[in-house]
Design a protein around this ligand. Sequence first.
Ligand code: GLP
Length: 250
Amino acid sequence: MSEQKNIGNIKVIICKDKQEAAQEGAKIFAKEIKTKPGVVLGLATGGTPVDMYKELIRMHKEGGLDFSHALSFNLDEYVGLLGSHPQSYRYFMDDNLFNHINIDKTKTHVPKGISQDIPASCQEYEKSIKEKGGVDLQLLGIGSNGHIAFNEPGSPSDSRTREIDLTEKTIKDNARFFENEAEVPRKAVTMGIATILEAKKIVLLATGNNKAEVVAKAIKSPATIDIPASFLQNHPDCVFVVDEEAANGL
Ligand code: GLP
């Protein structure tokens, strides 16, 4: 059984374990997909959302959850990786979700990691989100340094989709997905904080002991540029779905 509480402006749903957190997150997404045809989903990568995507795939296969009218925009992509690279976020999304549901892949968007003109393709990404009416429901994870998407500490609240240098901490954290640390790209393209905060509803998913300290800081410290996730306190409809381990500091 999950427990709910409000801390300041943020609603927190505390689940028994990461499996229950994945189910809780999937439930929120399924409800939005069912009630809003043409829903615009904001999607995330990383280890955390994998179980939630598995649950959405199960709901599609066993319960007929229909993605045929849905659109999606992903948060970020590594600079220099083609979508065919197994560590690119485009590949991750195809592999962990899109290939297993009935979404129209031409309606799934991931920022370009390779472009002749990265600033121009970032502007196009922003424009494209606006043209589709904005993100209805945004999924986020949280980096151990407080980043959301790849908005590293120091990212201002008015930032938009742009190229960013990854911090040493993020490179080390994400090395587990690559052969070795040297292979982790040093730059990424990320939606900005302002882009993320424009989503109508936000769900941040965090599980495990290693996220407890940063989750507590994001929710309880005053909003600060040093912990980009703390800017979520300024959003009118943001829920953190966490397991008991990640809720340890609350
Ligand atoms: C990655 C992604 C983020 C993600 C975070 C946490 O670097 N760019 O969007 O939320 O790191 O990842 P994980 O869920 O693997 O801890």
